[in-house]
Design a protein around this ligand. Structure first.
Ligand code: ANZ
Ligand code: ZN
Length: 815
């Protein structure tokens, strides 16, 4: 009989499904592992990135199950969002139908890959039962002040009548219709993530060594904490009169030590002072036009453009020197940060320097490098020693910052502040296919929450989805309702929630016993048992948004009493991308390999084996057809040679010392793989090295005759590979060992102890090291190992002679 992947895989998938083997157990006294791969968006089909993500997670889940842990390994779908509406526009299908058809299809694909997901805990975030609790959270968060409504400036397309995310603005134009995007002041709902800025930052420390350091750094930068001085620039008298008595504006600087180098100040184009100037027609037409032009660009776009700006014809007074300083508008000043204005020090800040050069503004050096090198054609941005800075001259930057801030505080003209770059999270979307915001606008009572017993507020089915405006807003009846408070005619909120809202708590929902899903958001007992996620696996592209929102939600839901822990994901593995011909697989590049075709041709086990063998999970994986072929051949070999194995349900007890050299070697190879496995499955995830070790072991086993050694070796190899290639492993284990359940195997030290020789390594006759090698190591390998052990004595030396005295020593003669 030869290896028939399809038959074997269908057989085992059926057995697993019928036995419900992958359901988490309710016995909370067992030690648990919660293994979670990021859930997919139901775009239509599984791609290779998914195969990689879920093969990693599945290997871990199966490993822990085999080692007697109670394992939760769930999957669901992040099923609200724009693509469903785009499909509706393009193909005239209902977003709901499109979404749920895709979910069905993708679930079959995942099943065909043999992933050991819980079926009972499966969910889609567009399910009404999911929306119900999400809306409850919205209301509770609002009541707690963690959600609020405010007007803010957003990207708006007049043509499509909708808000656009920054990512949907291309070159100042709408990505859909090409219309000029404008900045519009609009009401929206915001989550107060800034309230947790400090905790989100501090708790990153508890994740060190458990999350990739790159992700931690990215989150730190995103939160962007900085210390500095905040003070107010006062207008000169003439400016104050012009502006109806506005006294000045605030700035924030992290470099108070450079304050004597201020030669101009700059405002964000949205700054209220500029608004006033425009209102009062105090600017030349060309100046006003320039400002309006920059206002049209999204802040992100402006950052990518050259420095640009314009003089506003007004002045402030320097707080320490009393000098008159010109006020400019500059495109790189952000309205949402540090008061939307800066003190500009071109000698010591790159952006200010570029700007000053462009517009011929003064550059005044006030910090000199320690080594006294003069600065010439660029800003000197490092700390140094102050010059030209009155009583602060001669101080180093650090002490000067402290002293200058103290002076401002003493004089009552400024204060030390902490600033964060993190902004509150806007969650309003003018879309149909999202969770409705459970709010009602009443002409008398204002903003009223839907009653909890009426949740979920569900979407109407009869909508016209045209891509223009919000279908909910245009729906004739859905948006009209009665006020839950006073009973009068009122209107529903027609905005829906950003889909990141749903992905911020799904992991905790999974952790809650599915039997309680109808009745509570989270069942305390089960959620406390299963959370946090012991191993979370997903793409690096989620390093900030999703992973930060989820951390915030965890803390907010903790403070509402729903959850216990401070952090949701105890360990994080970010997998690398799957590439072909050096580029990320994508439809537009035409370099996609379809998992379905791969499974059809070789089977799921080959797909899984290849994807875990081709690269360590953290690294990029380059597609390689011949490596797929190689994985398939290995499984064939494993299957074919199994006919030599003794059929038994007792693993042979072997007397190691009676074995010959080859047998000992084969056995050692098997145990080497076993020795590696625990570390691979529990910390390094270097499946590629484990698979390589199993391949070597199988080769060694095939080279000799002892059936007992072969049988024991097979048992161990099947055990080690089961999490990776479960179908073939179960099949062989059942047919050879009469069981498909795998258990723990003890590591036998004796296997490693035998047959090694110890050699002294000398350099010019001086003993420098002692090495251990297996007795059958070749002379060449022995010399290489010896060389390695005395590397530091050989560095930059020439080896004139190397002498090997068999089983005694290696000597290097060097010059
Ligand atoms: C003067 C100065 C001199 C600055 C110097 C830097 C170097 P972080 O560390 O990122 O918080 N800044 C303040 N508000 C801004 C805004 N709304 N838009 C753009 N830039 C703004 O950066 C703080 C620094 O960024 C501040 O320190 C300010 O420039 C600038 F040699 O003040 B600095
Ligand atoms: Zn009312």
């Amino acid at each position: 009989m030869s290896y028939n992947a399809k038959e074997i895989e269908q057989k085992w998938q059926k057995i697993w499904l019928e036995n419900g083997e992958f359901e988490p157990k309710d016995n909370y006294s067992l030690e648990k592992k919660y293994i979670l791969s990021m859930f997919p968006y139901p775009s239509g089909r599984i791609h290779m990135g998914h195969v990689r993500n879920y093969s990693i997670g599945d290997a871990l889940a199966r490993y822990y199950r085999k080692n007697d842990f109670n394992v939760l390994h769930p999957i669901g779908y992040d099923s609200f969002g724009m693509p469903a509406e785009n499909a509706a526009i393009k193909h005239n299908v209902h977003p709901r139908a499109w979404t749920y058809e895709n979910i069905d299809y993708m679930t079959k694909e995942l099943d065909r890959l043999g992933f050991s997901f819980s079926k009972k805990r499966m969910l889609a975030t567009s399910d009404p039962l999911y929306t119900k609790w999400e809306q409850e959270f919205f209301i509770k968060l609002y009541e707690k002040g963690l959600i609020y409504r405010k007007n803010a400036i957003v990207n708006w397309c007049e043509n499509d009548q909708t808000v656009l995310a920054n990512e949907q603005v291309e070159d100042g134009k709408c990505w859909r219709c090409g219309n000029e995007v404008i900045q519009k002041d609009m009401p929206g709902y915001y989550l107060k993530i800034t309230k947790y800025a400090e905790e989100l930052l501090q708790d990153l420390k508890t994740l060190e060594g458990k999350w990739p350091s790159q992700v931690i750094t990215m989150q730190e930068n995103w939160i962007g904490k900085s210390f500095g001085l905040e003070f107010k620039f006062k207008f000169d008298n003439e400016t104050r009169d012009k502006l109806d008595g506005i006294g000045g504006f605030s700035v924030f600087t992290t470099r108070a030590d450079t304050i004597y180098g201020v030669t101009y100040t700059a405002l964000a184009p949205e700054h209220s002072v500029i608004k006033k100037l425009l209102e009062k027609n105090l600017l030349d037409e060309s100046v006003a036009a320039k400002i309006k032009n920059i206002l049209k660009q999204s802040p992100r776009e402006r950052q990518s453009k050259d420095k640009d700006g314009v003089f506003l014809g007004i002045y402030v007074i320097h707080p320490l020197t009393g000098e008159k300083i010109p006020v400019w508008m500059a495109n790189f000043v952000l309205i949402e940060y540090g008061g939307g204005a800066v003190m500009s020090v071109p000698a010591h800040d790159e952006r200010d320097y570029e700007f000053a050069k462009k517009f011929g503004l003064d550059i005044k050096q006030v910090v000199k490098p320690d080594d006294d090198k003069s600065i010439c054609d660029e800003a000197f941005v490092d700390d140094g020693v102050l010059i030209e800075s009155a009583e602060f001259s001669g101080m180093d930057s650090k002490s000067a910052r402290k002293a200058i801030i103290e002076k401002f505080e003493q004089d009552g003209i400024g204060k030390k502040v902490i600033n964060y770059k993190l902004r509150d999270w806007g969650v309003s979307r003018q879309r149909y296919w999202g969770a409705p915001i459970p709010i009602i606008h009443c002409p008398d009572c204002g903003l009223v929450f839907e009653k909890l017993e009426n949740l979920p507020v569900t979407l109407p089915d009869d909508v016209a989805i045209t891509g223009e405006g919000s279908p909910l807003d245009r729906h004739p009846s859905w948006k009209f309702t009665t006020c839950p408070k006073c009973g009068k005619q009122a209107k529903r909120e027609t905005d829906t929630l950003d889909t990141f809202f749903e992905s911020s708590w799904y992991f905790a929902r999974f952790a809650s016993d599915d039997k309680t899903w109808k009745d509570v958001a989270f069942d305390k007992k089960s959620v406390d048992y299963w959370m946090g996620v012991d191993q979370y696996i997903g793409g690096i592209e989620h390093a900030i948004l999703h992973l930060l929102y989820a951390r915030f939600f965890q803390k907010a839901l903790r403070d509402l009493g729903y959850l216990r822990d401070d952090e949701p994901f105890s360990n994080l593995l970010t997998q690398g991308m799957v590439l072909k011909d050096g580029a990320k697989m994508s439809k537009s590049k035409g370099n996609v390999v379809d998992p379905d075709e791969l499974i059809e041709k070789y089977g799921a086990d080959t797909a899984r084996l290849f994807i875990l063998f081709a690269a360590p999970p953290q690294k990029e994986l380059e597609w390689n057809d011949s490596a797929v072929e190689g994985a398939y051949k290995f499984l064939n070999r494993l299957y074919d040679r199994s006919s030599n194995v003794i059929k038994t349900d007792k693993i042979p007890k072997i007397n190691h010392s009676n074995l010959n050299k080859d047998e000992k070697y084969a056995r050692m190879k098997v145990y080497e793989a076993l020795k590696k496995s625990n570390e691979v499955y529990t910390s390094s995830f270097a499946f590629n090295t484990l698979i390589a070790a199993c391949m070597e072991a199988l080769n060694a086993l095939n080279a000799q005759e002892n059936k007992e050694v072969l049988t024991e070796g097979y048992f161990i190899i099947l055990n080690l590979l089961e999490p990776i290639v479960p179908h073939i492993a179960h099949e062989l284990s059942q047919s050879i060992f009469n069981k498909a359940n795998f258990g723990k195997i003890d590591l036998l030290d004796e296997v490693f102890e035998q047959d090694t020789i110890s050699l002294a390594v000398t350099v010019n006759g001086k003993r420098r090291a002692q090495i251990e090698v297996s007795s059958d190591t070749s002379e060449e390998d022995i010399i290489n190992t010896a060389k390695d052990s005395v590397k530091k004595w050989l560095e930059e030396k020439e080896i004139i002679k190397q002498i090997y005295v068999k089983e005694k020593l290696v000597n290097f003669v060097i010059k």
